[in-house]
Write a protein that binds this ligand. Structure first.
Ligand SMILES: O=C(O)[C@H](O)COP(=O)(O)O
Length: 228
């Protein structure tokens, strides 16, 4: 039966600094690299070996994938990178300190921006330090100016259905190395979590989550590989 492995990137420099990151491209910390290697070693130890990989266009997810695959002895498998697996775009909050933003706007407002289903953060104004319009990796892509989880789902799910699901149906063991909110989008769909309940779901860095799927790609089980 098809199997899907989800892994959020290891700790990034801005996870460490507690800054809103979104589409901004930050690297892994040494701890994040270690988390990624440990994730791959766990895949190998448990015999859960991916045959096809997907990741975003962001360095922290790509490096997590590569370090994990190397540790699992699977660096050779086919791999596809796509912006639709990018982190949710954090709009005008990009680069700000999460604690300072909470002190300025209040915890409740920041929780709405971080975890509400359909209320996006303020937009990122063009031309500022975090404008990605000139980044060649996004050439030809309509870069969002902000995204709610609902907006993120609107680009992650069609990609899952159109590109990832056919690989699962073909019997591949698929690994997706991505981000807290692009993976929340997938988990919401696969586990049938309501708009209200998804606000409480957190995805830890570097911890492989395994979905066992039936032939129709309905989830029969979801578990942290570290707990098996
Ligand atoms: O983009 C970010 O800042 C993080 O990857 C996820 O942030 P969040 O926990 O605020 O959703």
């Amino acid at each position: 039966m098809p199997r899907l492995i989800l892994v959020r990137h290891g700790q990034s420099q801005w996870n460490l600094e507690n800054r809103f990151t979104g589409w901004w491209d930050v690297n892994l910390t040494a701890q994040g690299e270690a988390e990624a290697r440990a994730a791959g070693a766990l895949l190998a130890a448990k015999g859960v070996l991916p045959t096809v990989a997907f990741t975003s266009l962001q360095t922290r997810a790509i490096k997590t994938l590569h370090l994990a695959l190397e540790a699992a002895g699977r660096l050779w498998i086919p791999e596809t990178k796509d912006w639709r697996l990018n982190e949710r775009h954090y709009g005008g909050l990009t680069g700000l300190d999460k604690a300072e933003t909470a002190a300025k706007h209040g915890d409740d407002q920041v929780k709405i921006w971080r975890r509400s289903f359909d209320i996006p953060p303020p937009v990122l104004e063009p031309g500022g330090a975090f404008d990605l319009a000139a980044d060649p990796r996004y050439a030809g892509i309509a870069i969002p100016s902000t995204e709610s989880l609902k907006d993120t789902i609107a680009r992650v799910l069609p990609y899952y259905e159109g590109v990832i699901a056919p690989q699962l149906r073909a019997g591949e063991t698929v690994i997706v190395a991505a981000h807290g909110n692009s993976l929340r989008a997938l988990v919401k769909h696969l586990s049938g979590i309501s708009d209200a309940d998804i606000t409480g779901l957190e995805i830890p860095t570097g911890q492989p989550i395994v979905y066992e799927l039936d032939a129709a790609l309905a989830a029969t089980e979801r578990y942290y590989l570290s707990e098996r």
